[in-house]
Design a protein around this ligand. Structure first.
Ligand code: GDP
Length: 195
């Protein structure tokens, strides 16, 4: 799947801009700075495909990428800006809710969590949205290279404890490093398996 063409299709700011839902689709969500752009670039092997999304306002689009002819990969706007205007946050939440609850071809959401920080309250809110929309989500721990092997089990236990509260959580957690390449092949094959 990832060996074929990967292309940016479009950025969407409202529901009527969504492409037809005629392909299997996966989406990526995470706090700003979690490493989402880096992960998408590592997955697709295309540096600079997903732009780093570090400025609120510029980044309220849902970005669609095509994977071969069979899948969409969807980059949701980063959340959890400390000082984003309330109106921006509300607009984003509205679009996100509409997207998650209305997208029949959405096979799975990947919720990215910075492995150093574990599940934060804003992550928990997104997970609750996914529960309500009945969208299965899988947790991806990012920046695993920044965590000592001796600390991993404790962090995994915290994350598992949080996931236990969420009926839509998929039990398998994927640890990744966009820098070192850990977990990238695993994530690719998970996505390829979601037909
Ligand atoms: P986004 O805002 O979620 O799209 O995050 P970015 O992909 O722009 O990454 C935010 C910062 O984390 C950047 O400085 C990246 O270089 C860094 N980063 C992202 N992924 C990794 C990783 O796997 N390991 C390490 N060490 N740093 C990472």
């Amino acid at each position: 799947l990832f060996a074929g063409e990967v292309d940016f299709l479009k950025g969407v700011v409202a529901m009527d801009g969504l492409p037809p839902d005629d392909r299997a689709e996966v989406c990526f969500a995470g706090r700003s700075n979690v490493g989402k752009s880096s992960l998408i670039n590592a997955l697709t092997g295309r540096k600079g495909l997903a732009r780093a999304s570090n400025t609120p306002g510029r980044t309220q689009e849902i970005n669609f990428f095509t994977l071969a002819d069979s899948h969409y990969l969807v980059d949701l706007p980063g959340y959890g800006f400390a000082n984003a205007p309330v109106a921006v946050v509300e607009k984003w939440q509205r679009l996100l809710k509409q997207y998650l609850s209305g997208r029949v071809s959405l096979r799975r959401a990947f919720v990215l969590i910075d492995m150093r920080h574990g599940v934060k309250p804003v992550d928990d809110e997104i997970m609750t949205l996914l529960d309500r929309a009945a969208v299965t989500f899988q947790t991806v721990l990012t920046k695993a290279d920044k965590v000592k092997a001796s600390e991993r089990e404790k962090i995994l236990a915290q994350v598992r404890g949080q996931l236990a509260k969420h009926p839509a959580a998929y039990p398998e957690i994927v640890q990744t490093s966009s820098e070192k390449g850990d977990g990238i092949a695993t994530l690719r094959s998970i996505i390829a398996g979601l037909a």
